[in-house]
Design a protein around this ligand. Structure first.
Ligand code: ISL
Length: 538
């Protein structure tokens, strides 16, 4: 496969509203990101993924866009955004913008026009259907609502929303709407951004005929429908291929075989993708399942397409809490998970705060949570007559707010995130987990990430190397080989609170050079709890 800058990049996700607040309104802002670019440069990341900062009524934290050409007041203004882009580029980093094409906000002028009458020219920019048997057109539910349809009395039709009522789905069958979206994408690319993270991009094409789903709770009927590849090839032809950029598609419900259709280098669609076989479909850590997933995705894309590797983001609780050990082995576990994500095939993503081992939270009341997904689900379940406290306990671990707590900069009020009242409570463990503390400890999670990133820049084997799992049947030990142009590396991970012995793996490490470990260098055959080692065999 061709070597390219985006395949060699480490991407850092800035959830700006929780990153750094410079105007004391309790929300992070773009100036706050500018003020921390030197920190990101020191970490060594190459690309910054900025969550949506376009104008929005903020029902879904910016994923409900009401003006694609204006910056949300909470975030700042266009002049500040342009200064951010300039400062990112001055530091030799790149900026990709999060873009939502599947739906707009209900406050977008297009939707307001579409609502106004059956024959409004913008009516067909959205998905309107007549009632069926006096109710919704079909039995589909949405991610955030019991039904994917909301009735509009004045025009006597239902409109579709794959997410919240406030997020009406666009009708990608409408050519004029597509052209207006392509024009908007070129507007941002012509400003000099380096690509897009494309929100639920495989949902753009809707299922032909809008028939009832066999399993209305399943949701997969929302994605990968006929027509999606035609849309993406048209988008690539009219937008992407004219720029030196990276596009990463968020693609739920996708298999490696289908995934290749989106990111195959001969497909002229997207550059890479996030699949959700781990983040959405693995409730708790299952090493054997994880290895099987890695094997299938490696074999499915090998030599033809590029995967992306992540274990947490703004939608999923923090990896050290969900998949590691955020208690007595928090530091070792954070470093082990980082070693895994940065040495597996695919582009590694760092969600803000992951690089200092930030953990998930458990607030005591539903009132401490803001996530529309959780609030709607809580209401839906309680409205069924279920006991509120048991619903709360059930939803708590899944709340997307668990990863959205403010970045922890220092052991000062609100962790140095804001001088105002934070929009969401700061994790109470900020006195012991914060950037300032990490920067003063040579053996911190931060400096371990910095070392991993530096290793990646100097060793193409981490990026382009073949992958062989040497531990497929081991429930806790994960050992794999990466090989490229005569270089062979072995990665050893003991994802367990117990000591594990290597002898079961029948490895020959004689003469191997220990490149990196999250424990003091040791030649022992016993791996400590959550110990990670990288060896160079040749
Ligand atoms: O939140 C999830 C369940 O854990 C994810 O499945 C997520 O809802 C889904 O991947 C789509 O996420 C994206 O689109 C949503 C937005 O709320 C998310 O923040 C965004 O990442 C609607 O735009």
């Amino acid at each position: 496969m061709k070597r390219t800058w985006w395949k060699e990049a480490v991407v850092y996700q800035v959830y700006w509203r929780s990153f750094n607040d410079t105007d004391s309104d309790g929300f992070g802002d773009l100036q706050g990101v500018i003020d921390k670019l030197d920190y990101l440069k020191e970490l060594g990341v190459d690309v910054i993924w900025l969550n949506p900062c376009y104008e929005s009524p903020d029902f879904d934290n910016g994923y409900d866009i009401s003006n694609y050409y204006r910056i949300m007041d909470k975030a700042g203004d266009m002049a500040t955004w342009e200064r951010l882009l300039e400062e990112v580029h001055l530091r030799g980093m790149k900026l990709i913008m999060d873009l939502v094409l599947n739906h707009t906000s209900h406050e977008h002028p297009w939707f307001q026009e579409s609502l106004s009458s059956l024959d409004n020219p913008k009516r067909d920019y959205y998905i309107w259907k007549n009632p069926k048997n006096g109710g919704p057109p079909n039995n589909w539910r949405s991610y955030f609502e019991p039904s994917a349809w909301t009735y509009h009395e004045p025009t006597g039709q239902y409109y579709m929303h794959s997410f919240a009522v406030e997020q009406p789905d666009l009708n990608w069958e409408n050519k004029q709407m597509r052209q207006e979206m392509y024009e908007m994408m070129r507007y941002w690319l012509d400003k000099g951004i380096d690509g897009f993270r494309l929100d639920v991009i495989n949902l753009l094409a809707k299922q032909a005929g809008f028939k009832d789903a066999d399993e209305p709770e399943g949701l997969s009927y929302l994605g990968n429908n006929p027509g999606i590849h035609e849309y993406l090839q048209e988008m690539n032809e009219q937008v992407f291929r004219n720029y030196d950029i990276m596009t990463v598609g968020e693609i739920p419900f996708v298999t490696p075989e289908d995934g290749l259709l989106y990111v195959g280098e001969d497909r002229n669609e997207l550059h890479t993708l996030f699949h959700f076989e781990v983040a959405d479909d693995m409730p708790s850590w299952d090493m054997l399942r994880f290895k099987e997933i890695q094997k299938r995705w490696y074999e499915g894309l090998k030599g033809k397409g590029t995967n992306s590797q992540f274990l947490n983001n703004h939608d999923h609780t923090r990896q050290v809490t969900r998949f590691g050990n955020d208690g007595m082995y928090r530091v070792e576990s954070a470093k082990l998970l980082a070693t895994m994500i940065h040495t597996l095939p695919g582009i590694p993503y760092i969600f803000q705060g992951e690089e200092i081992g930030m953990t998930g939270v458990r607030y005591d009341s539903i009132d401490d949570y803001h996530d529309i997904a959780m609030k709607n689900k809580y209401e839906e379940e309680v409205n069924k007559g279920r006991e509120p406290s048991s619903v709360f306990e059930e939803l708590l671990p899944l709340s997307r707010d668990n990863s959205r707590t403010p970045m922890q900069w220092a052991d000062v009020e609100h962790a140095g995130f804001t001088d105002g009242k934070p929009w969401i409570k700061v994790n109470p463990n900020y006195p012991s987990i914060n950037v300032e503390k990490e920067m003063n400890e040579s053996n911190s999670v931060f400096y371990f990430y910095q070392t991993l990133i530096q290793l990646r820049k100097r060793n193409p084997v981490m990026i382009y190397g073949d992958y062989t799992d040497l531990s497929a049947d081991e429930p806790d030990l994960y050992c794999y080989k990466r090989s490229f142009e005569g270089n062979e590396w072995i990665v050893l991970l003991n994802h367990s609170d117990a000591i594990n012995n290597l002898k079961r793996l029948d490895l020959d490490l004689n003469g191997a050079e220990l490149i990196l470990s999250n424990y003091p260098a040791s030649e022992s055959n016993e791996l400590n709890p959550h110990e990670a080692r990288i060896y160079a065999l040749s």
